[in-house]
Structure formats: structure tokens, C-alpha cells
Design a protein around this ligand. Structure first.
Ligand code: MN
Length: 324
């Protein structure tokens, strides 16, 4: 659906329904949560009853949106008249097991996303643009006209949430997914009061000393393969115990080793439990999405991820043979 058709259909839904549920993918990030919060505030302006339900509480880096206690992690009630927003993901499985009923109960779905290969879904209107930097950029396109009529304080909150999502997904405008439109949107968000310095500090300069120590342990595990074209590093449960930190402290570690200087693929492995791993793959030109899909994961061509339940040695050798 193109933007205008989508906006028209959405405004009819908003006119006819009262209760809206918003959700994003599991292991939510600033783009998903930013988009969610912006839509939450937007729908509230129309007097709607809105709930945010995610698999996880927003990570500490999203605390500055001040939405922590507004996000539920369980579906308490689900009425057939509830409209469900699916933000920053396009296949049901990515929502987290507990929340799958949101999408299998026959409710009307509204999907806004920038990932490739959207799953075919029924009862669903979609605004998907895989050339957009982020879901937050798409949300701005949707609400742009009405935003100018909102009270200043609401404009400011929405602007900060959307700006934060955009800089998170573009790595503060450094990624290839940035377009002239991204800058136009951000210029407007900044004019609406989004504090770019605050958002940058909260999202990119937020590490506590213990986290830096854990990062040090993690980085010391780097190994090179295939003449350094593939590098692999990991965080083990033992490292977490040593640093007295939960697994969440490793969010973002996958971005600390870049695919540059001859490194074509960067693999970051996190041990989440006994023989269970979360793997993140990054490259600057190789299709790592294909590899993630081999393990039933997904993402983008240059940044993807998956979960695996197997021995670390098997996981490494399977990965390395695919990356040859
Ligand atoms: Mn995103």
C-alpha cells in the first residue's frame, strides 16, 4: 500500500475503532520503541484507548523516553475490536512467543516497517518501505500533517522518540540507509524540539564502567578467519558472571567491531544459556541475511541475526563453512 492509501485507510480505522494495541519485535530497540511511543501519543491525541505490549520492557537506553511503566509485557485482554499495530518487524514470529495471539486472533493488523521480505498476512494493512532508514522515519511520514496541530509538549515528545529511533537505526546518520529524506525528517523533528545531543548521549554514550569492563572481556575474544576477512567474538555466561551484569548489558556490543579494514563479516555470539546462543552478523557488502535465514533468523542484508541451540564448536564450524 502506498503512503496515501495507507493514511486514508488508517484514518478510517481511527475513526471507527476505540482501542489500539501497539507492539514491536522482541529485544526491542530504540527504533521499534520510538515508533511505538510516537504512535501511542498520536492516538492519544484522538482520545483513543492505547496499550503498548512488548515481549520485553524497553532497554535502559530508551529510559529517557519515560515510557518504561507504560509498556506491558503480557496480553491481559484482547477484544476482536482491538486494532493491533506491528512496528519495526514484518513477520509474526519476531514478536516473541507470548505475544503471537495478537496476530492469530483475527484482529485487524496495521503494519509499519522497513525490513525486506514481509510475510503475507491477512487482515493487515501495511506501509512498508525497505528504502527508509527506520520505522520512525515512516511513522513521521504518516503523522507529519497532524503533528503540526498538536500541543507543543506532545510535539516535543513525539519528535524525541522518532529522532532517537532514526539515529539508532542509522548509527547517528553513518549507515547507508540514510537518504536526503532522513535528513529532512530529522530537520523537522529537531525544529519540533527533539534534542539531538540528549538523544545521542543516551543512545551512544551510555556505558557504565562495569559495561566497559565486560566489553573489554568480550573484545579480547576476537578471532580472525580466512585471512582476517571474517572475525568472530563472543560474550560467555562466565564473562557476565565475572562482570556481575545481565545479558542485556551486551546490547550494542555487536556494533563495536565494524566490518572495515579488510573485515568483510563480523560475527558476534552471545551465550544466552547452556548451548543456546544469539548471533549477530554484520557486513559492508556481503549478504549476511541469507546466512541468518539458514538458521531461521533474519534482518537486513548487511545486518542480521539468529538464535541457535547447539554446541558452540558446531555453531562456529557451521557458520564458518557458510562464510567461506
Ligand atoms: Mn528499525
Amino acid at each position: 500500500m502506498n503512503l496515501n492509501e495507507f493514511k486514508e485507510t488508517l484514518s478510517k480505522l481511527i475513526g471507527s475503532y476505540d482501542t489500539f494495541i501497539l507492539t514491536t519485535h522482541e529485544n526491542s530497540d530504540a527504533d521499534g520503541v520510538g515508533a511505538e511511543y510516537a504512535i501511542y501519543l498520536y492516538l492519544e491525541m484522538f482520545g483513543k484507548n492505547v496499550r503498548m505490549i512488548n515481549n520485553d520492557k524497553p532497554s535502559s537506553e530508551c529510559e529517557f523516553f519515560h515510557i518504561g511503566n507504560k509498556v506491558h509485557t503480557r496480553i491481559e485482554t484482547l477484544d476482536t475490536n482491538d486494532i493491533v499495530f506491528m512496528l519495526d518487524f514484518n513477520e509474526i514470529n519476531r514478536v516473541g512467543k507470548r505475544l503471537i495471539p495478537l496476530f492469530t486472533s483475527g484482529n485487524q493488523i496495521v503494519r509499519i516497517d522497513h525490513h525486506k521480505k514481509p510475510e503475507t498476512m491477512s487482515n493487515c494493512i501495511s506501509y512498508i518501505d525497505d528504502t527508509a532508514s527506520s520505522t520512525c522515519e515512516l511513522v513521521f511520514n504518516i503523522i507529519e500533517d497532524e503533528l503540526s496541530h498538536f500541543p507543543e509538549e506532545v510535539q516535543k515528545q513525539i519528535a524525541l522518540a522518532l529522532y532517537s529511533g532514526i539515529i539508532f537505526d542509522t548509527n547517528n546518520f553513518a549507515n547507508k540507509n540514510v537518504s536526503p529524506r532522513t535528513f529532512e525528517v530529522c530537520a523537522q523533528l529537531n525544529a519540533y524540539g527533539a534534542d539531538n545531543h540528549l538523544a545521542y548521549k543516551k543512545l551512544f554514550e551510555n556505558r557504565k564502567t562495569k559495561e566497559l569492563q565486560l566489553l573489554g572481556l568480550t573484545l579480547s575474544s576476537i578471532e580472525e578467519f580466512y585471512d582476517g576477512k571474517v572475525v568472530l567474538y563472543f560474550t560467555t555466561q562466565k564473562m557476565l558472571e565475572e562482570s556481575e551484569l545481565p545479558i542485556e548489558a551486551t546490547e550494542g556490543f555487536s556494533k563495536d567491531v565494524k566490518p572495515t579494514n579488510g573485515r568483510e563479516v563480523v560475527v558476534y555470539i552471545r551465550e544466552t544459556g547452556k548451548n543456546t546462543y544469539r548471533v549477530s552478523l554484520r557486513s559492508d557488502h556481503r549478504d549476511v541475511q541469507k546466512i541468518a535465514e539458514h538458521f531461521d533468523g533474519g534482518g537486513h542484508i548487511l545486518a542480521s541475526g539468529f538464535r541457535a541451540k547447539m554446541k558452540l564448536t558446531d555453531l562456529k564450524s557451521e557458520l564458518l563453512s557458510l562464510l567461506k
